[in-house]
Design a protein around this ligand. Structure first.
Ligand code: HEM
Length: 217
C-alpha cells in the first residue's frame, strides 16, 4: 500500500480516537458530581442504540491505527530516520528549545508509547467496562474504590504520561498529514498540540488523584 495512504489512515483513525478521548474526559469529569450524576450519564450511554456501532467503530479504528502505525514505523526506520514533521521543525530550530526536545521525544516514542497505551486500555476496559458495578454507588463506587488503591491510581497516573506525549505529537502530525495546515502554521499548531495533549492528560490524572485523596465512598 502506498505510504501516504497508510499515513492518512493513521491520521484519520488517530483523530477519531482523539475526539473520543476528549468526550470521554468530559464525561468522566462528572465523577466529581457524585454517584447519581455519574451513573445516570453512564446509563444514558449504555442504553443509547448508537453505543454498539460506536464501540465497533472505535475497535476498527484502533486496529487500523495500530496496523498502519506498525507499517509506517517500520518503513520510516528503514528509509527515513526522522519523521517528516520533525525534520521540518528541526530545520526551523525547533529542536534546540525545551519544547523542541519534548516534541522530538514525543515523535520518536510514538510507537512504544502507543503500545504502552494499548496495555493500559486492555487493563482499563477489563477493570471498568467489565468490572462488577453491583456494589454501593454502582459504577461511580467501582471507579472510586478502584482508585482508593494507591497502586491502581499510580498505574493510571503513569499511563497518562505516554498519553500526553502521544497526543502532543499525534494531533499536530495528523492535521499535517491530512494537508490541513499551511507550513507557516506548523510551529503554532505544534505548540497548541502540546498544550491540548497535556491538558487532556492532566484532566485524566485529576480523577484518580481526587478519588485517592479526597473522595468519600
Ligand atoms: C482516570 C481516567 C479514566 C476513567 C476514570 C475512565 C473511566 C471509564 C469507565 C467508567 C468506563 C466504563 C464505562 C461504561 O461501561 O459505562 C470506561 C470505558 C472506556 N474507557 Fe475510560 N476512563 C479513563 C481514562 C481513559 C483513557 C485515557 C482512555 C483512552 C486512551 C479510555 C478509554 C476507554 C474505552 C475505549 C472504554 C470502553 C468504552 C466502551 O466500550 O463503551 N479511558 N472508562
Amino acid at each position: 500500500m502506498v505510504s501516504i495512504l497508510k499515513k492518512a489512515i493513521m491520521a484519520v483513525t488517530g483523530l477519531g480516537w482523539f475526539v473520543y478521548v476528549v468526550l470521554h474526559l468530559a464525561g468522566n469529569l462528572l465523577l466529581f458530581k457524585g454517584p447519581e450524576t455519574y451513573n445516570a450519564y453512564s446509563e444514558f450511554l449504555v442504553s443509547n442504540p448508537l453505543i454498539i456501532p460506536a464501540e465497533l467503530g472505535l475497535l476498527v479504528f484502533l486496529v487500523a491505527h495500530l496496523a498502519s502505525a506498525w507499517r509506517v514505523t517500520r518503513e520510516n526506520s528503514a528509509a527515513r530516520p526522522q519523521p517528516y514533521l520533525e525534520r521540518v521543525l528541526s530545520r526551523r530550530g525547533g529542536t534546540t528549545s525545551a519544547s523542541g526536545w519534548f516534541s522530538t521525544f514525543a515523535s520518536r516514542t510514538m510507537w512504544y508509547g502507543g503500545v504502552l497505551l494499548l496495555f493500559f486500555l486492555i487493563l482499563h476496559v477489563w477493570m471498568f467496562k467489565y468490572g462488577d458495578r453491583s456494589g454501593a454507588h454502582g459504577l461511580w463506587g467501582l471507579v472510586v474504590r478502584s482508585f482508593k488503591n494507591p497502586w491502581i491510581s499510580a498505574i493510571y497516573i503513569a499511563a497518562m504520561l505516554p498519553l500526553g506525549f502521544h497526543l502532543s505529537h499525534g494531533f499536530a502530525s495528523a492535521l499535517q498529514t491530512l494537508g490541513l495546515l499551511k507550513p507557516r502554521w506548523y510551529p503554532g499548531v505544534r505548540r497548541l498540540s502540546q498544550v491540548v495533549g497535556w491538558v487532556l492528560a492532566a484532566g485524566f490524572i485529576l480523577l484518580p488523584l481526587w478519588a485517592l485523596l479526597f473522595a468519600e465512598v
